[in-house]
Design a protein around this ligand. Structure first.
Ligand code: ADP
Ligand code: ADP
Ligand code: MG
Length: 500
């Protein structure tokens, strides 16, 4: 069996650090790659070796697959971990890595290829009796026929890019008169964004939850699931808050979804860590959306409730080892919540913000995990995903994890940049979140930017004024003491003098 002794992490930021940490614990040497914008990044400092790839744009650095493979050859690397984003779901890259005699820490190129296309994925799972959202099974070529199908399904419908990802490439059509127009836009958007104009339609589920299942398979045909993650709090079809387990699933539905997810993975002979995403309606009927063939951003919540280090398992599977546990040996213990700390202004439509982390102090204490890639004084580069950190809390119960999250957000000190933290705090305290009764429309239904403005009331203004006067007086007194003790100022501060 091939043993991985040296691993190159083809990524940046928090996920590169995350992978490096597990590799270190396994005694594996690590190689970081970086762009000119990331010279001082933590992943560069934490790895045993680091190699500059090129200028900041990812097309000239983190996406240079051939260059990354040649770095591996030069440095005697045996395996590449792609993290998420960048090259992680690029089947051609995975193929080249294997052809170069290296190990790709991820699934087979064939599995990436099938699941990279939402249409191919649906076709692959069709024979396994997995519930699918009603829609078209193939790319739309005949707009008139598609419109007929849309009428059968019932409006609103969703036009989706088959190659879409990251919440992009989706259009809601409310009524038949908009159909042709929206279809045209969707095709040209899909073509320019993903280089593939294939689109299909799906029934638009109006109050859905996004619940996904973590799966893990080995190269010997064993596949297990590690339960669900609830990811319904989203903006722009992208997740901001995730938790495990979901507050609404019954043990029966959990088991059924878990079995369906394992079947989806079997449909493409999956090995490694992967995520099967489902959309769940108000009656808790679930439908397969897509499979992400990589480590997911929100994987830490699963690690917290199962005690499994998913990166270590990915590495073991890549080395050809059989899974260390069977389905019936896995248990949910406690509850975990993750909030994504983005450099975005929630008061301004979650627009990305850039700048320097003037103050950056992480929360600490029991049940808190921070996965990040920044330190105080660092700039958030504009070239990449604006995520600063993932703040994860763990508790015996959902309520303990939630209260811990509020405490952690209070302790987290970030200035110089707007972040999603104040928004996440509002969510933690919202009755809909507390009750567990919410869907992907959380922000539309429950959030107004004004809620974030903490206009000081009269009482707090008075307290502030009193405090300011007090400080002023204290400073004046202090100055006097300094003058008395050290008239020339040469002997240092009054405090130091007193301590002598
Ligand atoms: P997750 O799917 O892990 O919950 P996201 O949806 O935020 O998290 O996506 C993870 C990362 O992958 C993000 O950096 C996102 O921009 C990137 N990503 C996902 N799909 C694509 C795609 N098709 N093209 C480019 N980037 C993508
Ligand atoms: P991506 O590859 O961009 O992650 P997904 O198919 O996973 O695309 O969808 C992203 C999000 O869009 C989902 O989490 C959900 O909020 C929303 N969505 C997707 N399909 C539907 C649907 N048929 N009805 C309602 N919302 C949907
Ligand atoms: Mg998705």
């Amino acid at each position: 069996m091939p043993e991985i002794k040296k691993l190159l992490v083809a990524n940046r930021g928090e996920i590169a650090l995350r992978v490096i940490r597990s590799a270190k614990e396994l005694g594996i040497k690590t190689v970081a790659v970086y762009s000119e914008a990331d010279r001082n990044a933590l992943h560069v400092r934490q790895a045993d070796e680091a190699v500059l790839l090129g200028p900041p744009p990812s097309s000239e650095s983190y996406l240079l697959g051939n260059k990354i493979i040649s770095v591996c050859k030069e440095l005697g690397v045996d395996a590449i971990h792609p993290g998420y984003g960048f090259l992680s779901e690029n089947a051609a890259f995975a193929q080249k890595v294997t052809e170069a005699g290296l190990i790709f820490v991820g699934p087979s190129p064939e599995a990436i290829d099938i699941m990279g296309s939402k249409l191919a994925a649906k076709a692959a799972v069709a024979k396994y009796n997995i519930p699918l959202v009603p829609g078209t099974e193939t790319a739309i070529t005949d707009v008139a026929a598609a419109k007929e199908r849309a009428a059968e399904i019932g409006y609103p419908i969703l036009i989706k890019a088959s190659a879409g990802g990251g919440g992009k490439g989706m259009r809601i059509v409310e009524e038949p008169s908009d159909f042709e127009d929206q279809m045209q836009r969707a095709v040209s958007e899909a073509q320019s964004a993903f280089g593939d104009g294939a689109v299909f339609i799906e029934k638009f589920i109006t109050s859905p939850r996004h619940i996904e299942i973590q799966v893990l398979g080995d190269q010997h045909g064993n596949i297990v699931h590690l339960f669900e993650r609830e990811c319904s709090v989203q903006r722009r079809h992208q997740k901001v808050i995730e938790e495990a387990p979901s507050a609404v699933l019954t043990p029966e539905i959990r088991e059924a979804m878990g079995k369906s997810a394992v079947m989806v993975a079997k449909a493409c002979n999956y090995y490694g860590a992967g995520t099967v995403e489902f959309i769940v309606d108000e009656q808790l009927n679930y439908y397969f959306l897509e499979m992400n063939t990589r480590l997911q951003v929100e994987h830490p919540v699963t690690e917290q409730i199962t005690g499994v280090d998913l990166v270590k398992e990915q590495i073991a599977v890549a080395e050809g080892k059989p899974l260390r546990f069977k389905q019936n040996e896995l248990r949910i213990q406690g509850h975990a919540i993750e909030v994504r700390v983005y450099a975005e202004d929630p008061a301004n439509n979650f627009l990305p913000d850039i700048g320097k982390l003037q103050t950056y102090q992480r929360p600490q204490g029991p049940g808190i995990r921070v996965d990040d890639g920044f330190e105080q004084g660092m700039d958030i580069p504009i070239y990449y995903d604006p995520m600063i950190a993932k703040l994860v809390t763990y508790g015996d119960t959902r309520e303990e994890a939630r209260l811990r999250m509020i405490r952690a957000i209070e302790e987290y000190q970030i200035t110089g940049i707007e972040t999603t933290l104040p928004f996440c705090r509002l969510v933690m305290e919202h009755p809909a979140f507390i009750s567990g009764q919410f869907d992907t429309k959380f922000i539309e239904k429950h959030f107004k930017p004004e809620d974030l403005q903490t206009v000081p009331n009269e009482e707090s203004q008075q307290i502030a004024a009193v405090f300011a006067t007090f400080l002023q007086e204290k400073n004046q007194q202090q100055q006097k003491v300094n003058e008395v003790v050290s008239p020339s100022g040469k002997n240092g501060s009054a405090w130091k003098n007193r301590a002598r």
